[in-house]
Ligand binder design. Structure first.
Ligand code: GLN
Length: 393
């Protein structure tokens, strides 16, 4: 799957299948070649000035020592207000919210605290890499259900068949990275029904919650019987375009929140005190901010997908997130990994080979993911460069 750069005998066997992440590898390639980086998903402009100002003010006000283990009270309140305002979900900021070092830590902590070696976790393929790494670090096993383009709907029978007597948890990432799929209500109802029937826990990754263009984002916890069994995870990185701040959160029933905290306290302990103050300001921004973020990225989705189509790719227009997937075969290539490694030299662009998100390499071999969270002029330039691929040297 990924390149293993550490000698296997050094590495804990649970991590042997994981090398350098594909994002680090492709960003390093972009740095080394000066290519336009449409690989790793991070914006090339900063988020709202007032949120940045709030971080500076928090540093100047002396919020520079360890914050409380659960996160500062004001941010936990702001998270609870956000869940109420957008989804009509009620969470108690004191007993049901935990601040984490991004969604990645939240998900790892959920898996480390709630899974036992030998447990099975069901999730969808293509997967986000940290989800399967969290499962592996917990000593659990993954069971995958494949989402296929163009619509990336799952087969309900396949999902039901993936659940067995060892299944403890299902992971639902919506809007979904890398496909951009937004799970609709009927799909979430099927998932919820299986969770209730088999008494499963659910972990959600909702970091692209404000980036749903076609269809709406529906938190799994809003479905009947799901609030008490769902660990809902989200973060500030994508919503406020400050991916380097690494502030995320968990909302869950008290016993689940406390379980996740038990692992989290020994991962990072706490993080980002001044940024926690700033994210509380961000979460309370007016509706126009959230609508503007979505509208801006939707326009860039259209721009990039039009550009990729004009360059000759078969492109699957994503319903959400800031990633678009393209099939490279119409351009005469068949191996996305090989193409991505040569793309800087061929045309000065970096993308991510989707095969890194699949166990079944045949399903993802010919797919490549492009990030469109970049300035319009950068996307235009990238599309122009990619158009050269089809015309040859
Ligand atoms: N979430 C980012 C992406 O999908 C990557 C973050 C990372 O590098 N771990 O591109």
């Amino acid at each position: 799957m990924l390149v293993v750069a550490v000698p296997e005998r050094l590495l804990n066997e649970r991590l042997v299948e994981f090398g350098t992440t594909i994002f680090a590898e492709m960003s390093a390639l972009a740095m080394a070649t000066g290519a336009i980086n449409l690989g790793q998903g991070f914006p090339d402009t900063d988020g709202p000035q007032e949120v940045a100002d709030a971080a500076v003010a928090a540093i100047r006000a002396g919020h520079n020592q360890y914050p409380p283990g659960l996160g500062i009270a004001d941010l936990r309140r702001a998270v609870a207000e956000h869940q109420k305002r957008f989804y009509d979900l009620d969470f108690d900021p004191d007993t049901e919210v935990l601040v984490t070092a991004g969604a990645t830590e939240a998900i790892a902590a959920a898996m480390l605290s709630l899974l036992a070696p030998g447990d099975e976790v069901v999730l969808f393929e293509p997967y986000y890499d940290s989800h399967i790494a969290g499962i592996a670090m917990a000593g659990a096993q993954r069971r995958l259900v494949t989402l296929r383009p163009p619509r990336y709907r799952f087969d309900p029978d396949e999902l039901a068949a993936a659940i067995g007597s060892r299944t403890r948890m299902i992971v639902v990432n919506s809007p979904h990275n890398p496909t951009g799929k937004v799970f609709d209500r009927s799909e979430l109802e099927l998932i919820a029904e299986l969770c209730r029937r088999h008494d499963l826990l659910a972990v959600t990754d909702e970091v692209y919650e404000h980036l749903a263009y076609d269809g709406e984002h529906i938190p799994l916890a809003t479905l009947p019987g799901m609030r008490e069994r769902t660990i809902s995870v989200s973060s500030a990185g994508k919503t406020f375009s400050f991916t380097g701040w690494k502030i995320g959160w968990v909302c869950a029933a008290p016993e689940l929140r406390d379980a996740v905290t038990a692992a989290k306290q020994f991962l990072t302990f706490v993080n980002g005190a001044p940024f926690q103050h700033a994210v509380a300001v961000g979460l309370r921004l007016g509706d126009d901010y959230f609508a503007g973020l979505r509208a801006g990225l939707m326009a860039r989705r259209n721009q990039l997908t039009d550009g990729l189509a004009a360059a000759g790719f078969e492109v699957y227009r994503p319903a959400g997130t800031y990633f678009a997937t393209a099939d490279v075969r119409p351009l005469g290539f068949d191996d996305g990994m090989a193409l991505c490694r040569r793309l800087p030299e061929l045309c000065g662009v970096v993308a991510v080979p989707s095969v890194a998100f699949y166990d079944d390499e045949d399903e993802g071999r010919h797919l490549v993911r492009f990030a469109f969270c970049k300035r319009p002029e950068v996307l235009d330039e990238a599309a122009e460069r990619l158009a050269r691929l089809g015309v040859g040297p």
